[in-house]
Design a protein around this ligand. Structure first.
Ligand SMILES: Nc1ncnc2c1ncn2[C@@H]1O[C@H](COP(=O)(O)OP(=O)(O)OP(=O)(O)O)[C@@H](O)[C@H]1O
Length: 243
């Protein structure tokens, strides 16, 4: 399987703080990987460095073998990197369809007008919001706002989907729906990095997990092995007996 995304010596310093400490990682096309770690371990920063929301201090981000770390976020989006944010970011002055259509105009296919609206409606249907294009974003409940944000991310048909705690804040029924939705995207062959604290979801969705602690990668392997790795348990529990 060819490599879709590769990180080489990825490093981010904020002043004296090393938030991401020389991470190496290769994600094959179609793989679904969980990115775990205690609060503040650097997970969101890694997503920001991949998407281009933040400039890196050193290292490389390769998309399908091509270095992209020098490119702006919108350029990387056009090359096939899409993401959701920890806090939902939607435009409340636009309806659901136009939130997606607007981002498609700047996306990889630069779609406008009827073509963009059609693609937007298809994405809404994929995430369980069929026929809801005209609704005001403000009238959507929390899970539907999350669905809409996901629809916007997948509408551009990205190669890589970065989900930053997309399942956080959902009730148990919504969580089930959310997990099934991500599993359906996985079945379609999308390459996904899932930053998540909900272990039930990680176990169900991700065959592979990477764990970060204090900016470093401390584990990478099959999820059942990683979740029982003493070093990972220690990082989560602060139990230095195992460290
Ligand atoms: N823009 C920034 N400026 C300064 N420090 C930052 C910035 N963004 C993140 N940090 C710091 O970098 C470290 C890693 O933060 P990051 O948000 O990547 O962690 P995380 O693993 O995603 O945490 P959480 O699970 O709580 O979201 C933290 O110490 C954080 O305070």
């Amino acid at each position: 399987m060819s490599v879709s995304l590769e990180l080489r010596g990825l490093r981010k310093e904020f002043g004296g703080l090393v938030a991401v400490n020389d991470i190496d990682l290769a994600i094959p096309r179609g793989a679904v990987m969980g990115l775990l770690g205690p609060n503040g371990s650097g997970k969101t920063t890694v997503l920001n460095l991949i998407s281009g929301a933040l400039p890196l201090t050193s290292g490389e981000v390769l998309l399908n073998g091509q270095p992209v770390q020098h490119l702006a976020a919108h350029h990387r989006a056009r090359l096939g990197i899409a993401r959701t944010f920890q806090l939902v970011r939607l435009s409340r002055s636009l309806n659901a369809r136009d939130n997606i259509a607007l981002s498609l105009a700047f996306g990889r296919d630069a779609l406008w007008g009827a073509a963009a609206r059609e693609r937007a409606d298809a994405a809404l249907a994929t995430v369980g919001l069929p026929g809801r294009g005209n609704v005001d974003v403000g009238s959507l409940n929390y899970i539907d706002q999350k669905r809409l944000e996901l629809a916007r991310a997948i509408a551009a048909k990205p190669d890589i989907l970065l989900l930053d705690e997309w399942l956080a804040g959902l009730n148990p029924t919504e969580l089930r729906t959310g997990i099934e939705l991500i599993c359906a995207l996985k079945e379609q062959g999308m390459t996904i990095i899932l930053v998540e604290h909900i272990m039930e979801a990680i176990r169900e969705i991700c065959p592979r997990c990477v764990v970060m602690s204090a900016g470093m990668k401390i584990a990478d392997g099959p999820t059942p092995d990683v979740l029982t790795d003493p070093q990972v348990v220690a990082a989560y529990l602060g139990d230095f007996e195992y460290a």
